[in-house]
Unconditional design. Structure first.
Length: 323
């Protein structure tokens, strides 16, 4: 019992040492993957969790002293069980901070930013470069094609005779092709924007509300199982999701920016014949659309599958170690 209380108090005091936001004069202010920056981005959630740990530690200590004073065996057993669960909670807390630092180091090695900044920057860049610009070009191109299609050459003497030819009527087909691509691509752009907004919401809600609420619920015996589920949910949303997006952004950059031996050398004539592009290879509209659609459709589904699997597995593990 004394060992549990000592370990819990030591770990709580250790976490409290990190529960202050750095100032511009601090050495850690410019660092990305620090507990200080996690605490500041979470709205001082670590401070609230630390206070909850201290209150529970005090309650357990008082109960244990009461059991010794009154020789109440039931109170002593309860105090020992809760001390064990408190120690598990503190270890979970430290483990989450360790996993955050690890995932942050991975993202920083790729992009020089933390996972959330890297993933949001990746989605913003993708939306602007391969989303908004493509739709703008397709819209202007479709309108210009329709205007070109109105060209009509008439030769005759009105009203007695005459004849004409629409020399650019085929431009209507080019316009229809661009409109088809717009109809196909607008939902993809909406998906990218929705993913960006969801990531922004996760960054604030998970760290400022979900994390402290989850640990408080776990410290209370009747709601411990629900707290375990919330801790697993926080782990999946705050650590797994942004890290996967940051890694996907790095993979996308490596694929689309570096020269590959299979670049389409003859794409200039192919795409130009369809009225879409005069550029070559990776600068074409088809390439940019084709490389963006998997990011808008496949990636979020993959993230959902991995996150749900992680949350369910961690929730079962936490349920197994609870007393």
């Amino acid at each position: 019992m004394r060992l549990y209380a000592f370990a819990a108090t030591a770990l709580v005091l250790l976490s409290q040492a990190y529960a202050a936001c750095p100032t511009p004069g601090d050495a850690s202010y410019e660092a990305v993957c620090t507990i200080d920056n996690f605490n500041c981005s979470s709205g001082d959630a670590l401070s609230f969790i630390t206070i909850a740990f201290m209150l529970v530690t005090s309650a357990i200590a008082l109960t244990f002293m009461y059991s010794k004073l009154r020789e109440d065996a039931a109170a002593g057993i309860w105090a020992k069980d809760e001390a064990y669960n408190l120690l598990i909670s503190v270890l979970l807390f430290v483990g989450i901070l360790a996993f955050f630092s690890g995932s942050c180091q991975i993202a920083e090695s790729y992009s020089g930013m933390d996972p959330f900044d890297a993933s949001q920057n990746y989605l913003r860049t993708l939306t602007q470069a391969n989303g908004v610009n493509i739709l703008r070009d397709l819209t202007y191109g479709s309108i210009n094609n329709q205007l070109d299609a109105t060209y009509y050459l008439y030769i005759g003497f009105t009203p007695f005779f005459g004849n004409g030819v629409a020399g650019r009527a085929n431009m209507r087909a080019h316009s229809a092709l661009k409109e088809f691509l717009m109809d196909l691509y607008i939902p993809m752009l909406a998906s990218l924007n929705a993913q960006l907004y969801i990531l922004q919401g996760i960054q604030w809600v998970a760290s400022s509300i979900l994390l402290p609420f989850a640990f408080v619920m776990r410290l209370v015996p009747p709601t411990r199982e629900f707290g375990n589920m919330l801790i697993a949910l926080f782990f999946g949303l705050y650590i797994v999701v942004p890290t996967m997006y940051a890694m996907s952004g790095k993979v996308f950059l490596e694929i689309t920016d570096e020269t590959q031996p299979w670049d389409c050398v003859a794409c200039n004539d192919i795409f130009h014949s369809y009225g879409l592009d005069s550029e070559m290879g990776k600068g074409t509209t088809f390439y940019r659309i084709g490389s963006t659609i998997p990011q808008a459709v496949f990636l979020p589904n993959l993230v959902i599958i991995v996150t749900v699997t992680c949350v369910m597995s961690l929730s079962k593990a936490l349920r197994a170690i609870a007393v």
